[in-house]
Design a protein around this ligand. Structure first.
Ligand code: SAM
Length: 258
C-alpha cells in the first residue's frame, strides 16, 4: 500500500475481498435507502455500497483519503463530508424518522464516544452496523452478572437491540490491529422498549453504579436511594450494580423522577 496509515486515526483498512462481500451481504443494502458510512478509508466498503443504494454520505476526517476517494469515485449519489464524526450532526443530512442506515469499520479509539454521540440522534436511524473491537461488542451484548456487563451495555440496550454478527480476525485488515474485531448490528427500538427516563439522571446513576460495580447497591447508590426506596422498588439493596437489568435501572430513574 503506498498510503501511510495514521495510527491515532485507527487506520486499519479492510483488504480481504471475501470478507468485504460478506459484510456487504450483512448490510443488505437496497436501492431506496439512504446510508451513512463513518470512516471511509480507502473505500473498501464505500466502493461496493455506492451503486447499491439511493444515497451514500461519507464522513472521513483524513483529507488525503477524501481527496483520493473524490478522484476515484466521482458519483453524484456519493456525498463526502471531511469532518470529525464526533462533531457531525445527522440532522444535517436526514430529516425523516428511521430513514438512515449507518455503517462503519470504526476507528476503535472513538467507538464509545461515537456510540454516545449517536444515541442523541437515534430517531433518525433505522439501523447501524459497526466493526468494533470484539471486547466492545461483548460489552454491548452482555447480560447482567457477566464480566462485560457495564455502563455501555445498559445505555446501548436501553436504546437498541444488539445483534452480534461475525468475528473478524486481525489479518483481515492492513495493517492488522492488535485486537480481535467483530461486526455488530444495532436496531434502535421503535417504539422505545423502555419507558422514557430523565437522560441526565439515567446517565449519572449508571455512571455512579458502575464506578462501584463490586459494592452493594445500597452503598453504590446511597446518594439517591434510601432503604425505603429499595423496598418500594423491590430491588435488593445487597445486589451489586452489575446484577441489575436495564429495566431495573429504568425503574430506579422513574422512581426518583416522580
Ligand atoms: N472503511 C475503511 C475500511 O474498512 O477499510 C476504513 C476503516 S479505518 C478502521 C477507520 C477510518 O476512520 C479511517 O479512514 C480514519 O481516517 C477514519 N477516522 C478516524 N477518526 C475519525 C473521525 N473522528 N471522524 C471521521 N473519520 C475518522
Amino acid at each position: 500500500m503506498s498510503f501511510t496509515p495514521i495510527k491515532k486515526l485507527g487506520q486499519h483498512f479492510l483488504t480481504d475481498p471475501a470478507l468485504i462481500d460478506i459484510l456487504i451481504q450483512l448490510l443488505c443494502p437496497r436501492k431506496n435507502q439512504h446510508w451513512l458510512e463513518i470512516g471511509a478509508g480507502l473505500g473498501a466498503l464505500t466502493r461496493p455500497l455506492t451503486p447499491l443504494v439511493k444515497r451514500l454520505d461519507v464522513v472521513e476526517i483524513d483529507h488525503r483519503l477524501i481527496k483520493t476517494l473524490k478522484e476515484t469515485l466521482p458519483t453524484p449519489t456519493l456525498i463526502f463530508h471531511e469532518q470529525d464524526v464526533l462533531r457531525f450532526n445527522l440532522n444535517s443530512i436526514a430529516s425523516i424518522p428511521r430513514s438512515l442506515y449507518i455503517c462503519g469499520n470504526l476507528p476503535y479509539q472513538i467507538s464509545t464516544p461515537l456510540l454516545f454521540h449517536i444515541f442523541e440522534e437515534l430517531p433518525l436511524i433505522h439501523s447501524l452496523f459497526f466493526m468494533l473491537q470484539k471486547e466492545v461488542v461483548e460489552r454491548l451484548a452482555a447480560n447482567p452478572g457477566e464480566k462485560s456487563y457495564g455502563r455501555l451495555t445498559v445505555h446501548t440496550q436501553y436504546y437498541c437491540q444488539v445483534i452480534p454478527l461475525i468475528d473478524v480476525p486481525p489479518h483481515a485488515f492492513s495493517p492488522p490491529p492488535k485486537v480481535r474485531s467483530a461486526f455488530v448490528k444495532l436496531i434502535p427500538y421503535s417504539p422505545p422498549l423502555y419507558p422514557p427516563v430523565d437522560e441526565k439522571l439515567f446517565h449519572d446513576i449508571i455512571q455512579q453504579a458502575f464506578m462501584a460495580r463490586r459494592k452493594a447497591l445500597r452503598n453504590a447508590l446511597k446518594k439517591w436511594l434510601s432503604p425505603i426506596d429499595f423496598e418500594h422498588l423491590a430491588i435488593s439493596p445487597q445486589a451489586r450494580p452489575d446484577q441489575l437489568t436495564v429495566a431495573e435501572y429504568v425503574r430506579i430513574c422513574q422512581h426518583l423522577f416522580r
